[in-house]
Design a protein around this ligand. Structure first.
Ligand code: PSV
Ligand code: MN
Ligand code: MN
Length: 424
């Protein structure tokens, strides 16, 4: 389903007066308003192809209807999000959940919606129909070389799909690990994984990157072979300069200081990208900013500071992706909320007075340092984000337009109420 530009303009027109009042209010207080707006306009977050259907838990899945039945329909859904918010101009595919059978056609369709292909994701954490060897006891870490080879070959196949689509990176998340003490020789598992990753690395095109995603636990509950940023960083360093660490916000042990991890990875030039989501307990994959918005702000604060220090482009320097999905919301509404939370937090981080913060840190003025951060965090920047969207041709209020246009009802009419999108 499409929302025509003239319709968006009509909605924007009716909301304009109210928006202008709020925008003028905040704009009056910001010196570099145009530069900040431009950064917001440029910033794009990739939508994962696996988040467009209702997620589930291992207990149940309550499909909402109108879910995309094919990769084409997933691209249409992301195109719709992008038309509304102008910040979702990329898609991240998971293979084999979303195999582009006809890559040229898929690439053209995506381009028609203004979408690029962000990182490709491989999958060696599930057995696929017809697969020769099982990943029950791991993939790249496996004691059996034939199974490691199968995992390597799958990743190389994913790179090939990505090349056809114009993607420039591969994200490898391995569920490999062990469930009980004694099950695994840690060092052998690490070495096997390293060798396998090296074979994948050797197949990377010159202008590609590989992101090594870590996760503390689940599905393995005793050890995970790429379990934290230290292990991922070790792999990234051993692999070479095309290898980076990917931070998924839900993949840490409780209370981990993610902003510090981000700062150090950036400093070392090894931060590759993000899977944004939020969590209360573990890898909950909840809507970005729904549980710990201040933590997200502190992470963005480090990103802005670290990227500026390295002269990196905020819009293209890292792979920005969402990795969230769950059981109880319309997935498209959820994604609109996630992207909005990211944009708001980024805008807040751009407001931090870095010179003053630096001065406060040098004077050990703890109180002022905290005041500076919280001043930015407590600023209502929603009108700034809306203004950036307006200038890009998006909707002042994407969620309201989505609801007024009854998008989900229309999708159900078009696709049926019993559709099931591929994914977990
Ligand atoms: C694993 O929990 C993960 O975060 C990885 O990024 C996977 O590719 C994705 O979720 C699968 O849903
Ligand atoms: Mn992830
Ligand atoms: Mn995850």
């Amino acid at each position: 389903m499409n929302i025509e530009q003239y319709k968006l303009n009509e909605y924007n027109q009716s909301a304009l007066k109210d928006h202008q009042r709020k925008f003028d209010f905040i704009a009056a207080d910001i010196k570099s308003i145009e530069a900040i707006l431009q950064k917001l306009i440029n910033f794009q977050v990739a939508i994962p192809s696996w988040a467009l259907g209702t997620g589930g838990t291992r207990f149940a899945r309550f499909a909402g209807g109108g879910e995309p039945r094919s990769l084409e329909e997933k691209i249409e859904d992301i195109g719709l999000l992008h038309a509304l918010n102008k910040s979702s101009g990329a898609i991240s595919l998971h293979i084999p959940w979303d195999i582009p059978e006809n890559a040229a056609h898929i690439k053209t369709l995506a381009a028609q919606h203004g979408l690029k292909f962000d990182a490709m994701n491989s999958n060696t954490f599930q057995d696929q129909p017809g697969q020769q060897h099982s990943y029950k006891f791991g993939s790249m870490q496996h004691v059996n070389k034939a199974i490691r080879k199968q995992a390597v070959e799958h990743n190389i196949e994913v790179i090939k799909y990505g090349v056809e689509l114009g993607s420039k990176s591969l994200t490898v998340w391995l569920s490999d690990g062990s469930c009980f003490p004694g099950q695994l020789n840690f060092r052998k598992a690490f070495q096997n994984t390293l060798e396998s990753l090296q074979e994948v690395y050797a197949a990377l095109p010159g202008d590609w990157k590989i992101f090594v995603e870590y996760k503390a636990f689940e599905p393995n509950f005793y050890s995970t072979t790429v379990g934290d940023w230290g292990q991922s960083f070790l792999y990234a360093n051993k692999l070479g300069n095309k290898a980076y660490t990917l931070v998924d916000l839900g993949h840490h042990l409780p209370n981990a200081n993610i902003e510090q991890i981000v700062a150090l990875l950036l400093m070392e030039g090894k931060l590759g990208g993000f899977h944004f989501n939020d969590s209360k307990y573990g890898d909950d994959d909840l809507t970005v900013g729904s549980i710990k918005p201040y933590q997200l702000f502190l992470i963005f604060n480090e990103l802005v500071e670290g990227m500026d220090a390295k002269g990196m482009n905020h819009a293209t320097g890292l792979g920005w992706m969402i990795d969230a999905s769950h059981n109880v919301k319309d997935p498209l509404e959820d994604l609109l909320q996630s992207v909005e939370a990211i944009m708001i937090t980024y805008a807040q981080a751009l407001l931090v007075d870095r010179n003053k913060l630096n001065e406060a840190q040098n004077n050990n003025d703890v109180v002022t340092a905290q005041e500076i951060l919280q001043q930015a965090f407590r600023t209502d920047v929603r009108a700034l984000v809306a203004e950036a969207r307006l200038r890009s041709g998006g909707a002042l209020n994407p969620l309201a337009v989505y609801r007024s246009e009854k998008v989900r009802d229309n999708l159900i009419k078009e696709r049926g109420s019993k559709t099931v999108a591929t994914g977990l």
